[in-house]
Design a protein around this ligand. Structure first.
Ligand SMILES: NC(=O)c1ccc[n+]([C@@H]2O[C@H](COP(=O)([O-])OP(=O)(O)OC[C@H]3O[C@@H](n4cnc5c(N)ncnc54)[C@H](O)[C@@H]3O)[C@@H](O)[C@H]2O)c1
Ligand SMILES: O=C(O)C(=O)C[C@@H](O)[C@H](O)[C@H](O)COP(=O)(O)O
Ligand SMILES: [Zn+2]
Length: 367
């Protein structure tokens, strides 16, 4: 593949504080020419991990690297949540072993959050950690999954229960990739964009509210700005708390219930759809706990619905969801913990809410 001349990308720095290595998130178009420069001088072998849906892109990247003298292989992964499993990770380890992949070799993860989470996890575990580069191709991957170094897989017991913090050496967000993304996957990513709006950057909400229909497509007038603003929110948080010892928990807004819904649906619900319901629940919890004003709680419903995200889940599933939430990573012993808002851009932790309040909040989202 030829690497056409790129327009100047926007660069957002992540890390570089508290002993973490800095890296950049590049946002623009035709960014693949930046890839060789991120591989490091000692790299000889490169493994390009990609979903079936991006077979052509994966092969083009592999071929480009091979033409530049790298011993490049492509590893094709199943689409969607089927990729984030121990079996698929083991399949990748086998391929790396058979290629003689060493500590100076590099993994390139191409795809949405499922595939960059898996690729990062394989990079974190192979030889106890090799370099990796993320090439996110979904909105969700660009604004959230590829940034910050949370890598992992799901198990039958729950979402992302096995994983490692292993930041990439660089992230290439090529906005042109979004043109082929199915609309439901595009909209799913908007849930994390809206999350960034509620927890840190209300301008995001205003841009979407001005024209929610336009926000649903990559051709919308504010696409690049929405993506960049969300990346800046994530970059700032993970730069000061990579391993989630405090502040980073705010990125989990809406996720306590969302992960329980995803598990309950055997990972057949899109992550963003579950996060949407989870944020409505968290807003209701905040309101019932006397922290969040009515207008901000209601705003969750209006902005999420306006872009086509779901607001409700099955009422009869509460006992199962509650059980799953108990093993959420924010729980401590028997103490359930949720991220709620004290107001726009004022996230905080709500510990051990009264079970009656939890149930009442769930009643507000049960369809
Ligand atoms: N690590 C983190 O910090 C973090 C943050 C948020 C979400 N996540 C994880 O991300 C995952 C969700 O990621 P997602 O929403 O990107 O879904 P996804 O990766 O499943 O992608 C959606 C679908 O679109 C296909 N696809 C990807 N890019 C495409 C393109 N450009 N054109 C056409 N098809 C394309 C994929 O193969 C897949 O079938 C969840 O597992 C979630 O837990 C991780
Ligand atoms: O980066 C984070 O931290 C997040 O919580 C971002 C979330 O959007 C993301 O879905 C993440 O994978 C959830 O992590 P988990 O630790 O709750 O599994
Ligand atoms: Zn998420």
């Amino acid at each position: 593949m030829t690497s056409p001349v790129a327009e100047t990308p926007t660069r957002v720095q992540v890390g570089g504080t508290a002993g973490t290595a800095p890296y950049e998130v590049l946002i623009g178009r035709q960014l693949l020419g930046e890839l060789p420069g991120l591989l490091g001088t000692a790299a000889k072998r490169v493994a390009v991990l990609h979903p079936e849906a991006l077979a052509e892109t994966g092969e083009a990247i592999r071929q480009d690297l091979a033409e530049q003298g790298y011993d490049a292989i492509a590893i094709q992964l199943p689409n969607a949540e089927e990729a984030k499993t121990a079996e698929v990770a083991a399949y990748c380890w086998k391929a790396l072993g058979q290629t003689g992949f060493t500590r100076t070799d590099v993994i390139v993860g191409v795809g949405g959050g499922e595939h960059t989470d898996l690729a990062g996890f394989v990079a974190a575990t192979w030889l106890r950690g090799v370099r990796w580069i993320a090439v996110p191709t979904t909105v969700l991957g660009m604004v959230d999954a590829a940034v910050g170094g949370k890598t992992g897989i799901n198990t039958a017991e729950g979402k992302n229960l096995v994983g490692a913090f292993h930041p990439p050496a660089g992230v290439l967000c090529d906005l042109a990739a979004l043109d082929s993304l199915p609309v439901n996957d595009y909209v799913s990513g908007l849930a994390e964009v809206i999350k960034a709006g509620f927890i840190a950057d209300p301008e995001i909400l205003e841009l979407i509210e001005r024209d929610p229909v336009a926000a649903r497509t990559p051709a919308g007038p504010h696409t690049a700005e929405l993506i960049e603003r969300s990346i800046r929110v994530k970059a700032e948080v993970v730069s000061s708390d990579l391993k989630e010892s405090g502040l980073r928990e705010i990125l989990n807004y809406g996720h306590t219930l969302a992960h329980a819904i995803e598990k309950n649906e055997r990972y057949n619900w899109r992550h963003g759809a579950a996060v949407s319901v989870g944020m409505v629940f968290a807003a209701e919890l905040g309101r019932l706990a006397g922290r969040l004003d009515d207008a901000t709680a209601d705003r969750h419903r209006t902005v999420l619905e306006a872009v086509g995200l779901p607001l409700t889940y099955r009422g009869d599933q509460w006992p199962k969801l509650l059980e799953t939430m108990k093993v959420d990573k924010k729980s401590r012993g028997d103490l359930l913990r949720f991220i709620v808002l004290d107001g726009i851009a004022k996230p905080t932790v709500l510990e051990g809410p009264d079970p009656a309040v939890l149930l009442a909040a769930y009643a507000e989202v049960s369809g």
